[in-house]
Design a protein around this ligand. Structure first.
Ligand SMILES: Cc1cc2nc3c(=O)[nH]c(=O)nc-3n(C[C@H](O)[C@H](O)[C@H](O)COP(=O)(O)OP(=O)(O)OC[C@H]3O[C@@H](n4cnc5c(N)ncnc54)[C@H](O)[C@@H]3O)c2cc1C
Length: 608
């Protein structure tokens, strides 16, 4: 049997993005022994890529803002399927979490009088996104990393956790391997926090990086936790479409937040056609009013009396609009539409959107201060994830906690831009606290059997030992075809059923994939493991999408185009049955307290 080293901690945090770092800092502040594990180098998590900003009702730019309006916007954006308690805690605690970041050294862009500057974003009633140009995630990670390394956390880098281990029904630790040489490591821990991010690599065209292989979703599912809302996959409306090699890379919503205009190949500003009837009054009535809004933004005087342009509709809506314009033959030459910020002064564009300027210049040889960009939808975020308790972030497996993109409930059927970064720090903190309390109450470390560890090693080594079997890269390509054709932006029963049938065949292939060579520097071997996790996410997306016979938020059915009021009261839950196969059930949403219902009814909320 292979050797492995063993480490003991009170709390093990898997994932070093915003959620994981914040959880680890919180658990360490309670005096516990905390480990933080990440697949790449510390500081290189997905969070670092976040551009547009972090949503928090600080009311520094628009004094009308407050937590109640943020709560209301989040629920409307999520089409009321959100876990109301999470949405409430998020809106209430985001401002203090941003202030805490500032205390720890984060330097946000400022207003003329020295307050944190906030910008407009889709679906947010007021200017609410605290930002650092278009490099907000970098500042967030830099700050949390600085704080984290001075908090006495043990960091294990380039280490992939492949299995959670249990002592009867409760969490007892995790098993993993170091990516560079394949050596094994066993973590014994009283509590585990999953903060592994999303599932983007289940799709070919995505804004997500290589790390997003659904590991946390799969680890939790295997350990007996349930996944909710997996049908809700966010396709960001604006990804790069050309050249082919960069297709999918994000074009931040901040471009539209700063006044970017969407047009089709006929030069039409098409978003007015696609605004939901009920929300039309929230947006500028015509070009003239939209122009005044941009002038307010450019002047820096922070006036608040003009309504926002239609490009700042929610992401699901803008993505569908672009898809339909392209489908109707009104797309740009590379199959997207045009996004134009070039009408603004070049200096301002470079100052407000420096990363976008360089991204287009370096990757596409396009100067966005002179010509419009070509953009189209790209898989960006998954609203679905591990079901957790809102207050403690604990899953239904005792000792297993989750926060950030791998958890579910907070965003309902559609996430508003900027609400992820705030989600990370609000629920990262709560998960760290919840895990610390659980670990402190537990006493001694739970037991881990040799048999469980041996199983974990056997699973990892099987693809290395096979003399024949499918090439994992070919299998990955097939998965992309299934998800792209059957589980994508528009869905219908025939495609979903076909996709699920093909997934059954693919799962059989994944059981036989082969990653020949040694354990050192062997990306094919890593992919064999990733495929298994991605297949769990893809199947969960397909099954959940098939079961939801309506269109709601990011889930659009061609055969059920309307939103069905009755289905707005239940989440879709996915869990592993005793026979090892995937099961689905509908679970009712918890009843919302009357005072929160009142907030949702009001058009304008008065804040104290
Ligand atoms: C280009 C881009 C721009 C964005 N801009 C914004 C924005 O402006 N505002 C906003 O609110 N949101 C934005 N988002 C979304 C937001 O960035 C993410 O949802 C968020 O950063 C996720 O954070 P996280 O902590 O959950 O995960 P991550 O930051 O992705 O961290 C995941 C961590 O888990 C580790 N990991 C994964 N699997 C394993 C494993 N098996 N073993 C060990 N470690 C593992 C990874 O190495 C990594 O350290 C953007 C997303 C993208 C892609």
């Amino acid at each position: 049997m292979s050797n492995y080293e063993t480490r003991e901690h009170d709390v093990l945090v898997v994932g070093a993005g915003g959620a994981g770092l914040r959880a680890a800092i919180e658990a360490a502040s309670k005096g516990l022994r905390v480990a933080l594990v990440c697949k790449s180098l510390l500081g290189k998590a997905h969070t670092v890529m976040a551009e547009g900003g972090i949503a928090a009702a600080m009311a520094t730019v628009d004094s009308r803002d407050g937590w109640q309006t943020h709560f209301r916007d989040t629920m409307i954006g999520g089409k009321y399927l959100n876990n109301w308690r999470m949405a409430q805690l998020h809106a209430q605690e985001a401002p203090e979490c941003v202030t805490e970041l500032e205390r720890w050294g984060a330097v946000f862009d400022r207003t003329h009088d020295g307050k944190i500057l906030q910008r407009a974003f889709g679906g947010h009633t007021y200017k609410r996104l605290c930002h650092v140009g278009d490099r907000t995630g970098l500042e967030l990670i830099r700050t949390l990393q600085d704080k984290g390394v001075h908090s006495g956390i043990d960091v294990y880098m380039e280490c992939t956790i492949s299995k959670l281990l249990k002592d009867e029904d409760r969490i007892a630790g995790a098993f993993g391997y170091f990516r560079e040489d394949g050596r094994y490591i066993l973590f014994r821990a009283k509590a585990v926090v999953l903060a592994t991010g999303g599932v983007g690599k289940a799709f070919l065209v995505t804004s997500n990086s290589w790390e997003y292989t659904a590991d946390g979703h799969a680890l939790a599912y295997d350990a007996g936790a349930d996944l909710i809302d997996m049908e809700f996959v966010q396709f960001h409306p604006t990804g790069m479409v050309a050249p082919t090699g960069v297709r999918g890379i994000l074009v931040t919503e901040a471009v539209r937040g700063e006044g970017g205009i969407l047009r089709n190949s006929l030069g039409e500003r098409f978003m007015w056609k696609y605004l939901p009837e009920a929300l039309k009054n929230d947006y500028a009535a015509d070009e003239a009013e939209a122009k005044l809004w941009v002038e307010d933004t450019l002047s820096g005087k922070l006036r608040t009396d003009h309504r926002r342009p239609p490009e700042l509709s929610t992401r699901d809506n803008v993505a569908r609009a672009i898809y339909q314009e392209v489908k109707a033959g009104r797309g740009s030459p590379s199959g997207g539409v045009f996004l134009d910020i070039s009408y603004q002064p070049a200096d301002r564009v470079k100052k407000k959107l420096p990363s976008m300027y360089h991204q287009f210049k370096d990757l596409a040889d396009v100067d966005i201060t002179k010509v419009p960009m070509e953009v189209g939808p790209t898989m960006h975020y998954i609203m679905g994830g591990i079901r957790v308790d809102a207050d403690t972030a604990e899953s239904r497996v005792p000792g297993l906690f989750a926060a950030g993109e791998c958890s579910g409930g907070m965003h309902g059927a559609n996430r508003l831009g900027g609400n992820s970064l705030s989600d990370l720090i609000v629920f990262g903190r709560r998960a760290g606290r919840g895990a610390a309390t659980y670990a402190s109450n537990l006493g001694t470390l739970p037991r881990i059997s040799d048999a469980e560890v041996n199983d974990a090693i056997d699973e990892l080594e099987a693809p290395l030992k096979r003399s024949e079997g499918p090439n994992p890269y070919h299998v990955q390509k097939k998965m992309y075809e299934i998800t792209g054709e059957c589980f994508s932006i528009f869905r219908e029963e025939g495609d979903l059923t076909k996709g699920l049938r093909l997934m059954e065949e693919l799962k059989e292939e994944i059981k036989r994939v082969r990653g020949p060579g040694g354990k050192a520097y062997n990306p094919g071997w890593h992919l064999c493991r990733d495929l298994r996790n991605l297949a769990i996410a893809a199947e969960a997306i397909g099954r959940s999408a098939l079961s939801r016979r309506e269109s709601r938020g990011a889930h659009s059915r061609l055969d059920y185009t309307e939103t069905d009021e009755k289905l707005g009261h239940e989440n879709t839950s996915i869990f592993r049955g005793p026979d090892g196969s995937m099961h689905l059930e509908k679970t009712p949403l918890p009843e919302m307290p009357a005072e929160l219902k009142e907030i949702l009814k009001k058009k304008e909320v008065a804040h104290a």
